[in-house]
Design a protein around this ligand. Sequence first.
Ligand code: C2E
Ligand code: CA
Ligand code: CA
Length: 668
Amino acid sequence: MITGIALIEGLFLFAILMSSLGILSQSRKQALVTRATSDVRLFATAAANALVSDDIGALHRILRQVMRNHGITYAVARDGSGRLLARAGHAVDSAHTYRAAASVVVDGTSYGRVEVEVTDRGFAPILAQASRRIVAIALGEMLLVGFVSWLFGSYLMRHIAAIEAGTARIARGEFGFQLPVAGSDELARMIEGFNAMSAQLKALQDEAAREHQQVLAINERLEERVHERTEALALANRELEYLAMHDPLTGLPNRILLQDRLLQAIRLGHRENAPFALMVLDLDGFKEVNDSLGHQAGDHLLRETAARLVARLRQSDTAVRLGGDEFAVLLPGVANAEDTEVVARKILRALEEPVLLGDRRVCVTASCGAALFPTHGDEVGVLLRHADRAMYEAKRGRRGFLLFASAMDEEGDDRLRLQVDLDHAIRHGDLVLHYQPKIDLVTGKISGAEALVRWQHPVLGMLPPARFVPLAERTHLIKPLTFHVLRLAATQARAWAEQGWPLPIAVNVSAVDLDDGEFVDSVERILKDAGVAASQIELEVTETALMRDPERARAAIQALSGFGVHVAIDDFGTGYSSMSYLRKLAVANIKIDKSFVMDMGVSSNDSVIVRSIIDLSHSLGLKVVGEGVETADTMAVLASLGCDYAQGFHLARPMDAEAFDAWRQKHL
Ligand code: C2E
Ligand code: CA
Ligand code: CA
């Protein structure tokens, strides 16, 4: 750039120099012309007389005089017709000469003309010196200008180069550096501005870096959290999967896992011709242990059974808890009846060993049935059903172990069919309720009704609860059954209330229902949905059901009475509840089991029992119902013993709602 500027300046100066020289040469020419013009005029004036008088000698003298003048190279004089009269010197006729002519006119007559050639040689040295000076001055100027330009340019360029380098550093992403500032001119201010920009950029960069760090940290934390959550989820999933596949009490695989293993065994069996045996085991008398020694003892027994099963099996075998006191064992490689029986007997012997429950040694036997793949089936459901059938038969015949035989199947099919039908009946409303009245022994008035379920079976006719309630209790059907009955009873209670003769209806609840943690909530919701007051529904729970898990039952009863549903203890006298336990229960009524009431007439023992139940209940502030009142005598005795209510065939059999309405009308 400096070179460029210097070059342009040089060119300018050169042009100035050239024009100066041009002017100089122009001036020289001008001086030459002026000189020649004045000389020729002087010459003409001097030569006028000589021409007029045609004095050639005089002309020559004048000519010599003229030639003495410095710088004249040539002079001539001619007459009027142009003839040469006199001449001096020689014409050079070059760029350094100028020729001028003048006519000699006297009184209007031309007497000739004179010519003079003048050369600049006379003032050439002066001109040359002037030119040299001009050139020298111009060169000096050029040098000076060049030097100043260089000085200024390099000063400028130093700063520009510094800024340029700075910009390059900024372009590379280096911020925050400062350029040295000298002076206070515009450049210095520009560099200061640049420095401020660099500092600002650095601050921005730092802030961006800090933010980036923060984002990174947040990201990292997020990733960690996501990772933790994923791990926790995976763990929870594994736990859930484990829980879904295992029985929490014994830790054994459950029915779902067994079905999966069975399916695999069947596939493998088909592919590789690998037989296996499936066993189903059921403890004998488990219910008694549970009822008499309590839930905890029952749990302990189940755990012990599981442990013994696992201990007797090979690693490739699978022991499963199917539910309740039912277990299953999958035995890969066991192909025939003999081998199956050997394993079964070994397991049964192990289970028969006494178990220490609390401070009591209890001997529990088990029944076992087995089915072989592929002989007795090649489907999961079929094999399970057949092994179950065989177990059922073994239990019924007290045989310990039985291998499935096709003859067993028909009866088993009946059971299964009944289960399917019951499921259908609950869904489609084939269950009906019959109502049996309860009488107040003091006033003789109807004080309530007990709802008793019946199944209007399409083929088998009207079935009593004994035919299907136990089946429902053994399967998953009891819950829907209980709630269905509760809904029917609630609807009926509401209808009676709307007809103007409200009557509390008692509904029977199974022991299994109380195991359901949501039971109480479900009851409350059903009553609410039916739009019936809680006081219109009473629940009957058998004493043995209460004793299965006294604490849970107590809590459930407490919650039920909390929202106004009365609970009665049914079949009282058959369980072994203690006074102290009864005291803790929020029950309203006690129903003496009908076996005591019916036999009161013949067994003095029973009347003692009935009397003490009544006294005990009254001392706890409870009302007593005598069930199974078949005769007027029994009713009279109950009344004399202070029993509060009576229920039985003597008063009325259970009847459908319509018959009940008719009976009630008559009774009033
Ligand atoms: P429970 O609760 O003890 O019901 C009384 C049973 O005794 C009824 O039998 C009733 O018909 C019968 N009974 C009433 N008075 C007399 C009498 O004077 N003499 C004799 N011998 N029997 C009388 P039912 O209807 O066959 O019910 C049997 C059992 O089935 C009930 O015993 C109850 O435990 C159960 N049950 C009935 N309905 C339901 C229900 O909806 N759900 C549940 N879980 N169980 C029910
Ligand atoms: Ca009952
Ligand atoms: Ca009863």
